[in-house]
Design a protein around this ligand. Sequence first.
Ligand code: GUN
Ligand code: FE
Length: 439
Amino acid sequence: MYPKYANFPIFKLSSRNTMQIYKANILFTKERTQFDVIPNGYIAVDGGKVVGVYEQLPASLAGQPITDYGDKLLIPAMCDMHVHAPQYRNQGIAMDLELLPWLQNYTFPEESKYVDTAYAERMYRRFVRDLWRFGTMRTVAFATVHRDSTRLLMNLFREAGMSAHVGKVDMNRNCPDALCETVEDAIRDNEALIADCTEPDALVRPIITPRFVPSCTPELLQACGDLARKHHLPVQSHLSENRSEIAWVQELEPDSRNYGDAYRRYGLFGDTPTIMAHCVWTEGEELELMREKQVMVAHCPTSNLNLSSGTAPIRVFLNQGVPVGLGSDISGGHDLSIFKMMVYAIQVSKMLYCQDKSLPFLTLSEVFWVATKSAGQFFGKVGSFEPGYEFDALVVDDCSLNLDNYSLLHRLERFIYLGDDRQIVHRFCRGKEILEPRV
Ligand code: GUN
Ligand code: FE
């Protein structure tokens, strides 16, 4: 079916700006430990925001038009907190190396191709469309070092009506010449992309993106920290993913107390909202620093398995009050679906629990909350159906999976474990339905 969509142009946005009421079986996680379940409930949306969720429609809303989704499920849309858009061609291949040789042998050569904006456009269109397919309406993405293809990716998200923080990757050491920039190039290109995005409440925004400490000299890290502070921009990078990587960072930054502290010294660790991918080996002072600075962990369980990095201690982060979201981390990770990321997050937490019974494994409501309300805080009020939250939602038609009279919670669980994009029949971002492109 893919060739049909090879040139999909623009997602068509429905233009509903007035009060909307949707009726369906509504499920979401206001709290981490339990689902809110409203069978045959109503949700009122105005100006892109949730007004309220009701078991019975209040008299004040009587007479408003209702969109009735019948027996379908209505849930918050997904947030992917860590994904490399230019690694999309490598999805599902090259799983035979650990992080550092994997970067050199597979990842950097593929990212080098993005100097060609025609190639970038071909791949990025497919990438954005597939995020849409899997119900991911909010994305925190790495692009490449290239300004023009990064701009293109931002424009594709804008056309799509989907929300994203998109980072031009910054790197100036330990990488092939094709990806190696100067500090001056990095500042100039970031400033150009930041200048494109002046609208304060825009769905698509830049994020400062030093790739990781081994790829960035102290001068570049400092320049990134300065840009984040100057423009009040968020920051993303990688942290404590792989043991060889951590040992290397220790050599490169001998004065830092830990890997996280190396970012902190350059203003890249929580001075502005910050997401760090992986944190597999985070403990002790680094953990304490993340808690203190409220640095968000992007937990990427499939990537951690594929690159044999280890198992991130998510229970510890939750216990400590460190914010957590889920990331697909394509192409270290092989699956773009955040629903599948929930399943993997539960499964790897069970492996950790087998080794340490003081770390109870994650429950379904916990991973759902992590993927929606917890991750969504990075975008504002996103990921829940409480009043004032942006209406990011998916309508799920699970009739093909509903073999018998399952409870609503079991229906959601079966969709998460067994379903895919075929059951997602409507997608909303900030109150607007984003319809499938017709090409
Ligand atoms: N560390 C630095 N770059 C990368 C990357 O592209 N993927 C992953 N998983 N880790 C990284
Ligand atoms: Fe990554």
